[in-house]
Design a protein around this ligand. Sequence first.
Ligand SMILES: C[S@@+](CC[C@H](N)C(=O)[O-])C[C@H]1O[C@@H](n2cnc3c(N)ncnc32)[C@H](O)[C@@H]1O
Length: 294
Amino acid sequence: MVPMINPEEKIQRYYDNLWSVGKKFNQKFLDGGFHFGYYEKGVMNYRKAIQNMNKYISGLLGLGDGQAFDVLEAGCGIGATSRYLAKKYPECHFTGISLGMEEIELAKKIQNQQNLTNIQFLSGNYKNTGFQNNSFDRVFALESIVYAIKKEDVINEISRILKPHGKCVIIDGFFPKDQPSSSFLKNAYMLMLSKRSIPGVVSLQEMQSYLKSAGFTDIVIHDLSKHISKHYLFGGFFVSLRGLVSAEVRRLINKGKGKTNEDTDKIIGGAGFLEMLLGITKNLGYYTIVATKK
Ligand SMILES: C[S@@+](CC[C@H](N)C(=O)[O-])C[C@H]1O[C@@H](n2cnc3c(N)ncnc32)[C@H](O)[C@@H]1O
């Protein structure tokens, strides 16, 4: 009998394998993070776009004015966004948690190299963080909520650990309508997402109802889809092709030589195709959700 593997274990293994110690990584991920980025006028390449997303998040969090906020990044991965924010706002304290052990090791290693003392990185599950009630002024999650098996569990936990009037910022993929109009497309998305260990996507309506039930108010949604796809449709195609081809070339060159970063390339390949699907079909969108705890 094939042993059943719990979906969270699958995600953890996936990220442990992706960022495992000993691999060589492209500096742009270490500096910017592992997400789609935010394209706009003047920001036309991926390296700039991932940096620009961090800048965009910094604006949404409303840090600054000397306020010493406690900020949690839920699903921080290798911690690039938190490092960016920690440098920009030395008066604030940042905590990053993520499921993978290896990505957290890498996050800590870079933090030490950069002598950043206002961050802590911890391996943990965002649906059950172990932090005390009302611990944080801000919680943000960049492309991580989509990995939750039940998104409402994470929203309830974020609400518990946020202080009253604290803000939560979520950036991720959601269905704009309740269900995609075509089951063929829904299956295509799911196939693509499952390759990246993503268990499922919910609609914006569902997210709003989870947020309201968890005691959030002033829920504001922005559609960022065009900042990651539409205008960059053909760019997405070439990024895909390059990622997949370079993964294959590395695999052949490094056959038997140990670990390489071919997984990262494959995922970038997958991401490019996903961008194309997003842009063409508009059945799955990419959104920012900002909400305030009552
Ligand atoms: C696409 S990566 C994004 C990482 C980071 N936010 C960034 O932009 O570079 C998704 C992250 O979600 C994290 N994640 C998935 N499920 C999680 C869970 N249950 N608890 C904590 N983190 C989780 C993974 O470990 C992974 O680092």
